[in-house]
Ligand binder design. Structure first.
Ligand code: DP6
Length: 326
């Protein structure tokens, strides 16, 4: 059978997915909206082999084990069921950025796996079907399937997938990421989504999403950071408030996280146009104009506890590439 390789970018959500109404199907409690990060790429090669008795999965040069392996095998099983094939697979995946730091490596990984595995199984899914399939493996992965700025909404298996709201060249928004930790997070978002409804703040955050989503969509349409930024900051803080107050509670922040959040607000008060958001990790994503990105990067590097700074503009969707990893 064919060997197929796909590349995908992680995405940063301006309105977050945090909490599921259906854990089997990964149906989200609220719509979310993100931008693919073109500077960060995950590449995945898949081949279904007649002579293998188990799936072999290598991620960043290490054999996958435990929950990581189980999630990939479950996704290969979904693909095998769709393609009516029995063969086990050889999967090799490489992240061009640190995994497990809130840089959403599972989104890029499962978007790339969805395209590579379905093509390797002889299937040719359209974008909505591919996004729907990626969602079953990891919710945020459905938003790495289309290109650019993507909205994931829908409350049934059929209607729940991501679609593009603006292409990557619509707005050269920059995400300058202050990396304050490279440690693999202790609790992944899989459990976090499950615990979210135990927070007394959960229902209030979900209820606040429609108005914040409107502001973010308007800001993207009008390429206006001052319209989308405040809404993105509010939703990121609301999500972390839910995380912190769920049972068990999740405190992803490091001391340097707070340093960066305070600095962003102080710089904004001085006139720099910059807003923050965060995922399920301690790193801080700073949203700014490309003209101010190098100044933001320079200032972030000077802050105590900032280990590295990554910068990215909007990226394309999942796609096939020629160079196989094995
Ligand atoms: C904080 O998509 O990683 O990044 O469906 O369990 O794989 P699973 O969760 P995942 O959750 C993403 C959480 C987030 C917010 C977001 O990207 O919307």
């Amino acid at each position: 059978m064919a060997k197929v390789t796909a590349a995908a970018h992680p995405n940063i959500a301006f309105i977050k997915y945090w909490g599921r109404v259906d854990p089997e199907l990964n149906l989200a409690a609220n719509p979310s909206l993100s931008m693919n990060l073109g500077a960060l790429t995950t590449v995945t090669t898949v081949e279904f082999c007649a002579d293998q008795s188990v799936d072999v999965v290598i991620i960043d040069n290490e054999p996958a084990t435990g929950q990581a392996l189980a999630r990939v095998v479950a996704h290969l099983d979904r693909t095998r069921a769709l393609g009516a094939i029995q063969h086990r697979a050889h999967v090799v995946s490489r992240n061009g950025f640190p995994a497990g730091t809130g840089l959403a490596s599972s989104a890029a990984g499962f978007a790339a796996l969805s395209l590579a595995a379905t093509r390797a199984a002889g299937l040719n899914l359209d974008e909505a079907a591919l996004s729907r399939l990626a969602r079953m493996a990891s919710g945020s992965a459905c938003r790495s399937v289309p290109a650019g700025f993507c909205l994931w909404e829908g409350d049934s298996h059929e209607s729940s997938f991501a679609r593009q709201v603006a292409p990557p060249d619509h707005w050269d928004l920059r995400d300058v990421v202050a990396v304050v930790s490279y440690k693999h997070k202790a609790v992944g978002s899989y459990d976090g989504h499950k615990w979210a409804p135990t927070s007394p703040l959960y229902a209030a955050r979900v209820a606040a999403v429609p108005a914040l989503l409107d502001a973010v969509q308007k800001g993207i349409q009008e390429r206006c950071l001052d319209t989308m930024g405040p809404a993105a900051e509010t939703d990121a803080l609301a999500m972390h408030a839910v995380m912190m107050t769920s049972q068990p509670g999740l405190l992803y922040w490091a001391a340097a996280t707070v340093t960066v959040l305070q600095a962003v607000r102080a710089w904004r008060a001085e006139g720099l146009r910059i807003y923050f958001t965060m995922d399920a990790g301690p790193n801080v994503h700073c949203l700014c104009d490309p003209l101010e990105a190098s100044e933001v990067e320079r200032r972030l590097r000077d802050l105590e506890g900032v280990l590295d700074v990554l910068s990215s503009g909007p990226g394309g969707g999942v796609r096939l590439v020629e160079d196989h990893l094995f």
